[in-house]
Ligand binder design. Structure first.
Ligand code: ATP
Ligand code: MG
Length: 335
């Protein structure tokens, strides 16, 4: 297998934790608390979990839009954990992000020609005619046209704006893209169009992607491999088909039992294990397994220590000590 393009080793991102007013110590929010994974060239890895589980923080920290608290980030073999701003600027060509809200990520006073053109400029200056020709090509690639060149973002629908953001991200020919809930802000009817576009482009260009969503159905549609996150940690990862057919961790099973699915047989086979209540605060997570306070299978031992990863199949890992429930053999490290 080719070397990974992204390697994340024990990544942590804690927010705050500084001394508060009157010297009171505020606990840090452990948004990401020891996450390790790899993404290979051309691979789409899905990252799912409830709101607040730390998905966006993983995506932004690995792009160094946020500074990591601890851990290691490697891109294409290079350790970029502490890369300088200059180095990161150069690397931006190779690593791009598509955000959930296509409006706030576009400058309202910039015309389409420059929104996409300025991204192109990162590759080096182009003669004017060539530049706009290339912008038109990119617009057409995402289902827009050259007629849109002089328009401003507010003259587009939500779906068109997201197409524009995708064109801008692709302009630099990145090798890796973080797509952070790219269709969550769009009408359901438009979501399918944008998902199809992303899948087609991904296949065409062979770009590697971290696809973030709380919607398991969307992730199933696009991802080769899926990671399930809970309160700052990855509790299960597996090839996509395997995860949906054979979920092991009680949290994954609960998530899947509440999610709509494309396969009705799988839906029937899943017993409903509804998620109760809200996740605890990442500023004050439970000891041991952080899911234990909502887990129907929790026993006293779950409170004692952070569960090690167990392997249950090729590329399939989970972090649950209830071997009778989830199965598997303890493995020292997961990547
Ligand atoms: N800039 C910040 N300062 C302080 N806390 C933050 C900051 N950004 C995120 N958090 C906290 O970190 C945790 C993880 O947030 P994050 O946005 O990564 O979750 P998420 O899984 O992307 O959620 P959603 O599905 O709602 O987008 C949350 O508890 C959040 O409140
Ligand atoms: Mg998010």
């Amino acid at each position: 297998m080719k070397d990974p393009i992204v390697e994340i080793d024990n990544l942590q991102k804690h927010y705050g934790g500084s001394k508060g007013f009157f010297g009171r110590v505020r606990k840090p929010v452990k948004a990401v608390d020891g996450v390790s994974f790899t993404i290979h060239p051309g691979e789409v890895v899905g990252l799912v979990g409830e709101s607040g589980s730390g998905k966006s923080t993983v995506g932004r920290t690995l792009l160094r839009l946020h500074e990591p608290t601890a851990g290691k980030i490697r891109f294409d073999g290079e350790d970029i954990t502490h890369a300088t701003p200059q180095r990161m600027r150069a690397l931006r060509r190779d690593m791009q992000i598509i955000f959930q809200d296509p409006y706030s990520s576009l400058n309202p006073r910039t015309r389409v020609i420059d929104i996409v053109g300025e991204a192109l400029d990162l590759l080096g200056p182009l003669p004017k005619a060539e530049r706009s020709e290339r912008v038109v090509q990119l617009l057409e690639q995402v289902g827009l046209t050259g007629d849109h060149l002089r328009r401003f973002p507010h003259e587009f629908s939500g779906g068109q704006r997201q197409r524009l953001c995708i064109a801008r991200a692709l302009a630099v020919r990145p090798r890796f893209v973080v797509a952070d809930e790219p269709v969550a802000a769009l009408d359901v009817s438009i979501q399918a169009q944008i998902m199809n576009l992303l899948v087609d482009l991904q296949r065409e260009i062979g770009i590697a992607m971290l696809f973030i969503s709380h919607d398991l159905g969307l992730v199933e549609f696009i991802a080769d491999r899926v990671m399930v996150m809970y309160l700052g940690r990855v509790v299960e990862m597996a090839p996509a088909r395997e995860l949906y057919a054979n979920p092991r961790h009680p949290y994954t099973r609960a998530l899947l039992s509440t999610a709509p699915t494309v396969d009705p047989r799988a839906a029937r086979a899943r017993k409903r294990e509804l998620l109760q209540g809200e996740p605890p605060s990442p500023a004050n997570p439970p000891s041991g397994c952080t899911f234990r306070t909502r887990c129907p299978f929790a026993v006293d031992a779950c409170a004692v220590e952070r569960p090690a990863y167990r392997q249950v199949g090729a590329g399939h890992f989970h972090a649950c000590i209830r071997d009778d429930v989830a199965g598997g053999q303890v493995v020292p490290q997961v990547a």
